[in-house]
Design a protein around this ligand. Structure first.
Ligand code: PHE
Length: 444
């Protein structure tokens, strides 16, 4: 249970709640959802198994496994790539985690809903202004980003991951329950059908190479794969953990959260007539949802509950991201845990400051049409994660010790696995080919 909970804690986070609806909105709704589901099943689960196999067999950090298994060969470079990806992702993820903390704080103080409640339009206007204050400005989002960094540092240095895990063991199931309640509520709203149809009935003409690569990126992001996070966690797995079962459960749970979030958000968008939310994905969580809470009895209660749960979900993800590099520093460079955490987090904070400001003073500063925040997300999610993933897959499928994959998947022959051959086939042929084709076409 502990293994599943920790891996689930890493996988379920802002990727499902904040990033998924934004991507679905930007990529045509149901068509994107369908591609995402296909990617999770065909590529996501096998890729998780690749990382789990490597981590549990190598019992080391993401660079260390290659130093152990392939001494003197350049395979460890993929570990370096993974560390770079974790640096870039943390650099923007912490900012969104900061917003979550900020919305939680302002739900507690009541500032978020102050002056709302006269009418739908007036409430939305207030919430739009609040978003301007809490996200599209310089000072307060920056402060919350820094606070969130400090909380992560405290957890990682204090070695209280176990404590966090225990908290998350209770809060994670609660998150499912709260999302289910919100689903029931929003699905019964007037006009919900229209949003739901948009989210669930695909228009295949909307699928382009961009949609495909975005679905692939979202798959890697939401399952925490391609950057050694699962390798690192699996290096702590006991020998009798069933890898396939764990991967399938985590992937399905993650998918379920994304689906439920979609069923809460899109019906609300059409119910409230909030379609001017068009461009910026973050409005879906940070403006649409507060609109939903504000019409529910017990607004403050629901808002505090939701943002607390989201914050903990995000926290268990960031801890896992930073751990990739911390484990590397501790094991390879032999520095103390505290030093490793500080050395890892400092460059992340620098990126975090620029990402946060890219919603304020630096919003006009763009590279290739993207703000600093979007650029980090694009490079890490759509390029580095699939690249890391494809190399890991090719290594495990073709170059690793022949028996490693089968031994790990069957716990050295102690458990039977019906689909073993199919999984090996996907890892050797299907996954590298599919990811490769998608990436090549994106570049073209
Ligand atoms: N999977 C996490 C989420 O959905 C994000 C994450 C990405 C965590 C990569 C670790 C590694 O929020």
């Amino acid at each position: 249970m502990g293994v599943i909970a920790a891996t689930l804690g890493s996988a379920v986070g802002l990727g499902n709640v904040w990033r998924f609806p934004a991507e679905a909105q930007a990529n045509g709704g149901a068509a994107f959802l369908l591609l995402y589901i296909a990617c999770v099943i065909i590529l996501g689960v096998p890729m998780m198994l690749v990382e789990m196999t490597l981590g549990r067999h190598g019992r080391s950090d993401v660079v260390g496994v290659f130093k152990k298994l392939e001494p003197g060969k350049p395979w460890w470079g993929v570990g370096a790539l993974a560390i770079l990806a974790s640096l870039l992702i943390t650099g923007f993820y912490m900012v969104v985690e900061g917003w979550t903390a900020e919305y939680l704080w302002n739900s507690i103080t009541g500032a978020l809903y102050e002056g709302t409640g006269e009418s739908v339009a007036q409430t939305d206007a207030v919430l739009k202004a609040r978003m301007g204050e809490y996200i599209n400005s310089d000072f307060s989002p920056l402060i919350f980003t820094l606070v969130v960094f400090m909380i992560n540092v405290g957890i990682l240095i204090g070695g209280v991951q176990k404590g966090i895990e225990r908290v998350s063991n209770i809060l994670m199931p609660m998150f499912f329950v709260v999302l289910a309640i919100l689903c029931c509520m929003t699905l019964s709203l007037d006009g919900a059908g229209e949003g739901l149809r948009w989210f669930l009935s695909p228009d295949f003409s909307l699928i382009t190479w961009d949609t495909v690569v975005n679905a692939l990126g979202q798959t890697f992001f939401s399952l925490s794969i391609g950057m050694g996070c699962i390798v690192t966690y699996a290096s702590y797995y006991p020998d009798n953990t069933r890898l396939t079962g764990t991967a399938v459960i985590v992937a399905m749970m993650s998918l379920l959260v994304a689906l439920m979030v979609g069923c809460v958000i899109f019906p609300s968008v059409t119910h409230f007539g909030l379609t001017d939310h068009g461009l910026a994905g973050s409005t879906l969580v940070f403006r649409t949802l507060p609109n939903v809470f504000s019409m529910m009895p017990g607004t403050t209660f629901w808002s505090i509950l939701f943002f607390t749960l989201l914050f903990v979900a995000a926290l268990t993800s960031t801890v896992s991201m930073v751990e990739v590099t911390v484990a590397f520093m501790q094991e390879r460079l032999k520095v103390s845990r505290a030093k490793a955490v500080v050395l890892t987090v400092v460059p992340m904070i620098v990126l975090g400051i620029f990402s946060s400001l890219s919603f304020g003073s630096l919003s006009d500063f763009t590279i290739a049409g993207k703000t600093f925040f979007d650029l980090l997300d694009f490079i890490a999610t759509n390029l580095l994660l699939p690249l890391g993933g494809i190399i890991l897959c090719i290594y495990v499928g073709w170059f690793a010790p022949k028996t490693m994959l089968r031994e790990q998947l069957t716990n050295h022959g102690r458990t039977r696995l019906l689909l073993l051959n199919a999984i090996v086939f996907i890892i050797r042929y299907v996954a590298p080919l599919l990811i490769g084709v998608i990436m090549v076409f994106t570049f073209i």
